[in-house]
Design a protein around this ligand. Structure first.
Ligand SMILES: [Zn+2]
Length: 459
């Protein structure tokens, strides 16, 4: 007799779709089989039953030079749960130059722990790659952070080629995974200088300040450097056809490389930014939204398995008071889009329902693949005995238009306003506790915990 049984659902894994019940004891899945008995029962008749979503790329309560993202750990993780995501992976960014990495980790952990309603992991950001910093990499991995974020651009974050190579070598030796934001700094600086000289700093000019070739150049370069160092490499927020195909070629050559894309690059394009008024600022993110041809190429890459995960890069700024900081120059618009709540529903609607990807690919992209890559599997990412009972009941045919009012994200707009969803989350469980039932929050807040990730072993 189990504590809880989820009955009569259609289970979806990254390899199969089948009918079974899920028996839950305490916080864990105990058995998956037909006709299980439990003290409590939840009917999943007519529902898809999935492992809780794992969003590998979010920014909650993130300070920037001019403001802080509007989404707190408390609001952002509840929004995640409403959308079927039960684990998020955010970032540690050292708070001052050469802050000891573990000290930065402990500071971030205490903020996250106080507010998180879902489980979470953390990636470590390396803003420098000197000997003293790289000597700390092993200790960071031992603390449960086996993934390191590196940037090829942004003042205060950018590493040059020599530093990237040194970081890749240290990450490889520590059994960890490198994640790179790949845009060519030299191309971005030159493009911005030319626009500035021409007095072209209105929103319409923003996409040209970060051209697609900047992504291609940086993706190809970091792939080569990582290959030389033997370091496994994950490219975040791939936005272009050429970026995706560079990763595909490296993988065909046998390189340990993976790519992530985000809902905004699959569903929106640069025309959203080129509005006659300032509302296009709602769509400013880096890398920028691209062309319809890039969107199609990214869908093809998901279908072919050339990109492996869907993260949101959820980085929310209010239009009023925050995006508005850039009224006079796009250079001052805080860059980032919200999306933490709609990830599963958007990929289901525009991927599964249109036949671009299968149900199993959907689950793999949103849950299983990120759990495996970031050392959360088998605790997260799959419905199997022994795993945490993070379970989502998903309504497979519910047609609703997206409105800002229906969402729980703490930001004053959604970039997906008006799109029609074909399905949505019905119930979300975290470690056996129901957090969301039929669109209502029924869980305790702040029940999430830090999940130490194990060191890198894909497969
Ligand atoms: Zn990001």
């Amino acid at each position: 007799m189990y504590d809880l049984v989820i009955q009569n659902g259609t289970l979806v894994s990254n390899t199969a779709v089948w009918q079974a019940d899920i028996g839950i004891l305490g916080e864990k899945i105990a058995e998956i089989a037909p006709h299980l008995e439990g003290r409590e029962r939840i009917s999943a008749k007519g529902m898809l039953v999935l492992p809780g979503g794992v969003d590998p790329h979010v920014h909650l309560e993130m300070p920037t030079p001019t403001t802080t993202t509007s989404e707190t750990w408390a609001t952002g993780t509840q929004a995640a749960a409403f959308g079927g995501t039960t684990t998020v992976i955010d970032f540690v960014e050292p708070g001052y130059p050469r802050q000891p990495l573990l000290e930065a980790f402990r500071e971030r952990l205490s903020v996250a722990q106080a507010g998180s309603s879902v489980d979470f992991g953390l990636h470590m950001t390396l803003c420098t790659a000197d000997e003293d910093t790289l000597a700390q990499v092993r200790g960071v991995v031992a603390a449960g952070l086996p993934s390191f974020k590196l940037y090829t651009t942004y003042a205060g974050f950018r590493l040059d080629d020599e530093e990237l190579l040194a970081a890749f070598e240290a990450i490889q030796k520590a059994g960890a995974l490198a994640m790179v934001h790949a845009e060519s700094d030299v191309i971005l600086r030159q493009a911005a200088l030319e626009l500035q000289a021409a007095g072209r700093l209105s929103l319409r000019d923003f996409p040209q300040s970060r051209p697609a070739i900047a992504e291609k150049e940086a993706v190809e370069r970091v792939l080569s450097l990582a290959a030389f160092a033997g370091c496994p490499l994950y490219i975040v927020h791939v936005s272009t056809r050429t970026g995706a195909s560079a990763i595909a070629r490296a993988r065909q050559d046998g390189q340990a490389a993976w790519g992530e894309t985000c809902p905004q690059y699959l569903l929106l394009d640069e025309s959203r930014i080129r509005t006659s008024d300032f509302s296009g600022a709602k769509f400013v993110c880096c890398p920028p939204l691209r062309t319809p041809a890039d969107r199609e190429a990214l869908w093809d890459a998901l279908h072919a398995g050339d990109l492996q995960t869907l993260g949101t890069d959820h980085c929310a700024f209010n239009f009023r008071g925050q995006k508005e900081l850039g009224r006079d120059s796009f250079l001052e618009v805080p860059s980032g889009l919200p999306g933490i709540e709609l990830r599963l529903a958007l990929l289901y609607t525009f991927g599964v329902k249109t036949g671009k990807i299968t149900l199993s690919q959907w689950v793999d992209l949103c849950s299983t693949a990120p759990a495996r890559l970031f050392g959360l599997h088998p605790r997260k990412g799959e419905l199997i005995p022994g795993a945490d009972a993070d379970v989502v009941l998903f309504h497979p045919d519910r047609s609703v238009p997206v409105t800002h009012a229906m969402l729980h994200e703490n930001v004053d707009y959604t970039p997906y306003e008006g799109l029609r969803l074909a399905g949505g989350v019905h119930t979300t469980l975290l470690r056996g506790q129901v957090l969301v039932r039929e669109g209502e929050w029924v869980g305790h807040p702040c029940t999430g915990g830090f999940v130490p990730c194990s060191s890198f072993h894909p497969g």
